[in-house]
Design a protein around this ligand. Sequence first.
Ligand code: SAM
Length: 287
Amino acid sequence: MAPLPPESEPGNLEPGLYIVATPIGNLGDITLRAADVLRSAGLIAAEDTRVTAKLLARIGSDRPMAPYHDHSDSRVRSRLLERMRNESVALVSDAGTPLISDPGFKLVREARAEGIPVTTIPGPCAAISALTLAGLPTDRFLFAGFLPAKAKASADTIAEFAGLDATLVFYESGNRLARSLEALKQGLGDRPAAVAREITKAFEETVTGTLGELAARYADAPPKGEIVIVVGPPEPAAPADADTLDAALAAAMATQPLKSAVAEVSAALDLPRKQVYARALELRDNA
Ligand code: SAM
């Protein structure tokens, strides 16, 4: 375990943990505040120090770095927590928002447990960026990260999401894209979807279609680069037709009082109680 770099010129930041989002492709997307924190933190904990070194060079930061992963030895975490008591420690991942399919959760959990202040410097995130590109509902969404690599585990995970009335967001790689799109179609039905690729980079592209259309498009042409799949929510069920309502009311009214028959049928067919009640009165009066 390599020692942490020694304390150097303290910056002007209060001690604590700073979660700093960094660009997902276009370095111009660094925020003013992220650049300030990365230029003044006492120490920068980075997923890959070689990747972060390029960003630091671009923004003119000479702050010392130390590698950090959630699977780092717990002694590494303890040492970082110790440093946060007296100086500012910034956490960055290779790209985007730390903790989102990236290291940081354990560090934040332990910092909070020890009463160390945690500050977030929000910024780019591929999942949120893809949602803004897809043209699918954004009022309710579930970020599902990467699907498991094994087919059975992937199908089981997809089955857990099938009944959710929400847009689903997955991270994916080019060589697994077609297989995942096909598995999503099998598990969710042929829903509308989008594949957002290389967001903010030179070859950025967003392709929309049904899951089946997208699976076919990428089956023999696995795309290069980084990918987010966005899948629309299930279509709302078609309202029950008049014959179905009459049959359900006749059966319910044969065995229970009108009021409870109406309650049962309106819940079962997801129809407004007022509408079901009016029809129940007609059926009773015409009987
Ligand atoms: N923490 C990052 C964030 O905030 O988006 C995500 C890190 S995760 C290890 C990497 C995955 O994010 C990639 O495999 C890809 O699915 C997605 N991703 C990252 N950058 C992307 C980009 N520029 N375009 C599309 N997807 C991207």
